[in-house]
Ligand binder design. Structure first.
Ligand SMILES: [Zn+2]
Length: 272
C-alpha cells in the first residue's frame, strides 16, 4: 500500500484548503479488465466548467457524468457563484450519514457493510447509518445485470447517491465511496504524464475526454498506479489493447482490491 492520489481543490473551497480530493480510477467497475461497452442509451456529450476548468462530460438520464462514473450536479457545473459563493466539498467533521435501499439485496448489502467498515477502520471519515439527518448519501441499486457504479462527487448537501449494480466488487464499492468523500480518478492527476502514458489511438471513439487531466484539483501524495481510484489498463479500449501503460510503455496489472496505504493517507489528509 503506497499510494497517493490527487486531491482536487475546488475553487469553491473555503479556507483555501477545502478541496475535494481526487484519486482515480475507473469508470466502469468491472472486475475483469474488459472493455467498457459503449452506451446505447441516449446520451449527449457536452462542454462545461468545473471549478473554473473547461471540461467535457456526458448528459445521460438527466445526470451529468464526468470521467465515466462521477456525477456532477447542475450546481457544481454552474459554479459556486450561483449558489452565493458558498459551497462545500468535504463532509462536515468527516461524518457521512448513509442509507441503503431496501431492494439492494444481501450480496450488495454485505459488500457495502464491508466497505463501510474499512472506511471506518482506516480513515478519519465516519460512515454512520442515518436517523433523521437531512444531508446524507443513499446507496441505491442500479440493476441486477451490470457491474457498474456511479456516485456524486464530494459533499453537496441534501440527498446524494451512490449507485451499485449486482456484480460490483467490494473494491469498486470503496472506489465509488471515494468519489463521495471527494476523490477523482488517479490518472487525471496533473502529474500523471510522469508515470503513465495514455494510448489515445486505442480509446473508443468519442471517449477520449475521460482521459483528460483534471487540473483544478490538488494532487495529494505521490502518484499511485495501484490506487483504488485508478482506471483499468484497458478502460474504454476500442480494440482490447491498453489505453494506459506505465510512462515507459510497459504494461501494468491492476487489481482493485481495496485501499492502498496512499489512498488512506490521502483521505486522512483531506479529513484530518
Ligand atoms: Zn470512478
Amino acid at each position: 500500500m503506497k499510494t497517493k492520489p490527487k486531491v482536487l481543490i475546488s475553487p469553491i473551497i473555503f479556507m483555501g484548503y477545502m478541496a475535494v480530493a481526487f484519486l482515480s480510477s475507473c469508470d466502469k467497475n468491472n472486475d475483469d479488465p474488459v472493455i467498457n461497452t459503449v452506451q446505447t442509451q441516449k446520451e449527449e456529450i457536452r462542454k462545461g466548467q468545473l471549478n473554473g476548468q473547461p471540461i467535457t462530460y456526458v448528459r445521460k438520464d438527466g445526470k451529468n457524468f464526468f470521467q465515466g462514473d462521477i456525477v456532477l450536479t447542475d450546481e457544481q457545473l454552474d459554479g459556486p457563484q450561483k449558489k452565493g459563493g458558498a459551497s462545500y466539498s468535504r463532509w462536515p467533521s468527516g461524518n457521512i450519514y448513509y442509507t441503503i435501499a431496501s431492494n439492494m439485496g444481501s450480496i450488495n448489502r454485505d459488500k457495502i457493510i464491508n466497505a463501510i467498515n474499512q472506511y471506518n477502520s482506516y480513515t478519519n471519515t465516519k460512515w454512520i447509518a442515518r436517523t433523521n439527518q437531512s444531508n446524507y448519501v443513499q446507496f441505491i441499486f442500479g440493476s441486477q445485470t451490470g457491474s457498474d457504479g456511479w456516485a456524486h462527487i464530494g459533499y453537496r448537501g441534501g440527498v446524494q447517491t451512490i449507485s451499485l449494480d449486482q456484480y460490483i466488487s467490494v473494491g469498486s464499492v470503496i472506489h465509488e465511496m471515494g468519489h463521495t468523500v471527494g476523490l477523482y480518478h488517479e490518472h487525471t492527476r496533473q502529474d500523471r504524464d510522469q508515470y503513465v502514458r495514455i494510448l489515445w489511438d486505442n480509446i473508443q471513439s468519442g471517449q477520449s475526454y475521460n482521459f483528460d487531466k483534471y487540473t483544478s484539483g490538488v494532487d495529494i501524495g505521490p502518484f499511485n498506479i495501484n490506487s483504488v481510484m485508478m482506471y483499468w489498463p484497458t478502460s474504454y479500449s476500442r480494440n482490447g489493447q491498453p489505453t494506459i501503460t506505465r510512462a515507459n510503455g510497459s504494461s501494468f496489472t491492476y487489481t482493485r482490491t481495496g485501499f492502498t496505504t496512499g489512498d488512506i493517507n490521502t483521505i486522512n489528509a483531506m479529513y484530518p
